[in-house]
Design a binder for this molecule. Structure first.
Ligand code: URA
Length: 200
């Protein structure tokens, strides 16, 4: 394992292309005891610049929908399959995914989340170890073993998919609602209002 203190990778040079492309390693963000772990594909330009996952347009889509279901960004953990930006935003290769897997597995192990939400095809296929038709399977909960431990994976479309295909907005919203339900979050009075039955 490369140098790592807890959940953070501070030095790694396993992937030559990514080492060339990155300006920094982008670690996961959020509480180390969060109930929900979101896993994306890898950092893009904004994430590479700011050192945090999902801070660009996809991040705005994710943040908005998290808020809508009563799961604020500050309460969940967000990470990626690979922690360094691939050149020209290409998909990470199988080898790169393998190189970084140990860091992801360690993050999952230390966090021990109630549910892992895979954002898009790459993280879904990486964690389920099979091909996944994300649009069709979004919202499905799949039990998998990760390093021998049973984990609950909720398949989700990538937030960016909602920017290109409006019909995916509802799929994304429904899936995040399911994540909130699985984590036991009640978003019914989200926004500070009282529920309708209050006072009765
Ligand atoms: N897309 C991803 O998959 N991960 C990020 O961190 C940002 C965009």
């Amino acid at each position: 394992m490369g140098e790592m203190e807890d959940l953070r990778v501070t030095a790694c040079t396993r992937c030559p292309d990514l080492v060339d492309c990155r300006s920094r390693i982008v670690n996961g963000t959020g509480p180390d005891d969060a109930d929900v772990l979101f896993v994306g594909e890898g950092p893009g330009a904004n994430e590479d610049e700011q050192g945090e996952p999902f801070v660009g347009r996809s991040g705005t889509v994710l943040d908005d929908q998290l808020r809508a279901v009563g799961l604020d960004r500050e309460t969940v953990r967000i990470t990626n399959c690979v922690r360094c930006r691939p050149p020209e935003n290409r998909d990470p290769t199988t080898e790169e995914l393998e190189n970084c897997r140990e860091y992801l597995e360690r993050e999952i192990d230390l966090l021990d989340p109630d549910v892992i939400v895979t954002l898009g095809k790459v993280p879904s296929e990486h964690l389920l170890d099979r091909s996944v038709a994300v649009t069709k399977e979004a919202g499905d909960v799949v039990d998998v073993r990760i390093e021998g431990t049973p984990r609950r994976v909720l398949i989700c479309v990538h937030p960016a998919a909602t920017l290109y295909d409006r019909s995916q907005e509802e799929t994304f919203a429904t899936t995040l609602q399911r994540a909130a339900d699985l984590a036991g979050v009640d978003g019914s009075d989200n926004g500070g209002g009282q529920t309708r039955l209050d006072g009765f």
